[in-house]
Design a protein around this ligand. Structure first.
Ligand SMILES: C[S@@+](CC[C@H](N)C(=O)[O-])C[C@H]1O[C@@H](n2cnc3c(N)ncnc32)[C@H](O)[C@@H]1O
Length: 266
């Protein structure tokens, strides 16, 4: 058996695998979307977005407290566990990662075991997050919104779980510009719809980026309009695809927006 590399010694609390075993196990777990460094072995070294999601995290990291001691975190669409692990590194007390894909959940399980982080992982859709007891200090809803056929339904439902902040990230296409829009326009004004920066969502009937699960891709104005419309206040926008929000008006007359809409009283 070959000796462990220095980086392996540094990063593997338990269990200890030789580098080759680690590489073999990583490969057995299927193709990874998250590039994690597991004891010196990268899980997705050829990712089409580069060192992903580290490149994105570097832009967001400063917008989230360095010290999350005692915090609870729900990581929706946790994938290989990158963000769940980062939350644990900052001392979060409880991190629950949910995803609908067993491959990704198994990867996240393996990664958290190798890196020695206690992360709860559960197969559960965002649409079923409402049934998770209680609320979380941080809810990460990153890279999932545009994969949903019912994105606002999911957002309005997930909001019930946000006790503190929502970290929201979506693919964005079209205009990145913002302007102030009136609260109302007459029926005969069709010109607003021609403007690139009017809030818009692009509907993908078949596939985008070879992925038939990309359904709705908003422009920046649409993202911000939807977040506000769902009762969230945008606190920061650390990079072009990410918004940090807090719920300020998610309840109207004692009922969540979702419940009012479902009963037809919004
Ligand atoms: C583009 S990846 C984003 C992963 C990670 N959150 C990130 O930002 O890097 C989308 C993830 O959402 C998961 N997903 C798709 N539909 C979902 C749903 N209805 N509920 C929860 N997760 C879902 C996928 O399995 C995948 O892991």
């Amino acid at each position: 058996m070959s000796s462990l590399s220095d980086s392996l010694h540094e990063q593997l609390p338990s269990p200890v695998y030789a580098r080759e075993q680690l590489a073999e196990r990583i490969s057995e777990l299927g193709e990874w979307f998250h590039n994690l460094n597991l004891g010196g072995v990268p899980t997705a070294p050829h990712h089409f977005l580069g060192d992903f999601p580290s490149i994105k995290w570097r832009q967001i990291a400063d917008a989230i407290p360095l010290d999350l001691t005692g915090a609870s975190v729900l990581d929706v669409g946790c994938n290989g566990g990158f963000y769940s692990i980062e939350m644990k590194k900052r001392g979060a007390r409880r991190v629950l990662g949910i995803d609908v894909d067993d491959r990704y959940l198994n990867q996240a399980r393996f990664a958290s075991e190798i890196l020695g982080f206690d992360i709860e992982l559960e197969k559960r859709s965002v649409y079923a997050a409402e049934a998770i007891p209680g609320q979380f200090d941080y809810v990460l809803f990153m890279g999932v919104f545009y994969h949903l056929r019912y994105p606002l339904f999911a957002l309005d439902r997930l909001i019930k779980k946000v006790g503190g902040k929502l970290i929201f990230q979506t693919m964005v296409r079209g205009s990145q510009e913002l302007q102030s829009w009136h609260e109302n326009y007459p029926f005969w004004n069709t010109e607003i719809f021609e403007q690139r920066d009017f809030p818009k969502m692009f509907f993908i009937e078949h596939s985008y980026s070879n992925d038939p699960t990309n359904w709705w891709i908003p422009n920046r104005a649409a993202v911000e309009a939807m977040l506000r419309s769902s009762g969230l206040e945008i606190e920061s926008h650390p990079e072009p695809e990410t918004w940090i929000c807090r719920p300020t008006a998610v309840v109207r007359d004692g009922q969540y927006i979702l419940d009012r809409e479902l009963e037809g009283s919004l």
